[in-house]
Design a protein around this ligand. Sequence first.
Ligand SMILES: [Zn+2]
Ligand SMILES: [Zn+2]
Length: 419
Amino acid sequence: MYKAPRGTTDILPADQPYWRYVQTKAAKISQRFGYSRIDTPVFEDANLYVRSVGEGTDIVEKETYTFKDKGGDMISLRPEGTAGVCRAYVEHGMVSLPQPVRLAYMESFFRYERPQAGRFRQFHQFGVEAIGDADASIDAEVIDLGWRFIQDLGLGNMTLVLNSIGDKECRPVYLKALRGHYAANLGRVCPDCKMRFEKNLLRVLDCKRTDFACQEVINDAPKATEHLCAPCKEHWEQLNSYINALGIPMVINHNLVRGLDYYTRSVFEIQPQEEGAQSTILAGGRYDGLIEELGGKPTPGVGFATGIERIILNLKRQNISVESPRTYKVMIAHLGKAADLEAVALASELRKAGVSAAVASGGKSLKAQMRQMSALETPTAIIIGDNELAQKSVVVRDMTKATQQTIPMADIVSFIKNL
Ligand SMILES: [Zn+2]
Ligand SMILES: [Zn+2]
């Protein structure tokens, strides 16, 4: 017996209404904010992610599916969306378009992680990128888009968490202060933090472990927003005023750093209030150095991504109803060989006229056929038997009201269409 690989799932018909609901809301909000759809390849040159996401990150070191293809090229299945979109921006000369270029994507991504609730090895994200404008109002626009998306889905009890991690001018100053603090406390923190201290210092603030003194050391750590250079400070203060003006409930968290190297200045997440960072449903930030890192002219950018599986998990938890699966509008029950032929022909006529129709499974009693219709929640039944054939008519039964009437065969298609 084969099973779907660990960390992957089949999206069965019963779950499809949730997917259609989320995808429709994502497409509508993108359109309303003027973000155009972009699709990039499922795999890219492995180096794209080393250069962008970063060499010391968990994503590149442990989680990306990387392999040599038959031609000897190193390939990675995309672990996230921003790098590919920025690569496309540079490759297709989008710098010559009016800036910022506003792009949206909805794709599957791949990370070799330990599967848990809402986390898969193949997962899906809706994300947006606004590339080519450094102004804090664009950060606010992207955050507003993300916030509105979550609101439009009907999800409640969410909080926006915000931080600024500076840029290439002031980050080194901050990292020096952070390094000093951790050097003095290195004996107290977990092995992971010791490794991050060497390889990817900022990520020490991400540590969730409570079996060492990590949380205490994090609480006493110097704060990035207190080390910002003048332009970064101005950007941070502007963003705060915009978010206040938008009326989005916001919490500043000095330990929010995000697991990718390319972020500069603003980083943000939207989290369910009761569960916090473990179940973040939307995350993003500014990445002003990324395009240059990928070989383009220095170009600022900001964006977010949101996990569709996690959103659906929250929709279910919050009992948000989505449109239920479509059932047949009409099914045709039939008794006898002649009626069987008539039923097949009539179902075809109805479908040609745009009506969702099917013939009830044959070879069973009328009762069994009616039971099948009830199980499928079919609202209307057409019944054809010998009597009806002789009179060139059919019986139409309203399955919810349990009422029925006889309709001439010649009028049946237009009668059903007008129901
Ligand atoms: Zn730790
Ligand atoms: Zn700065």
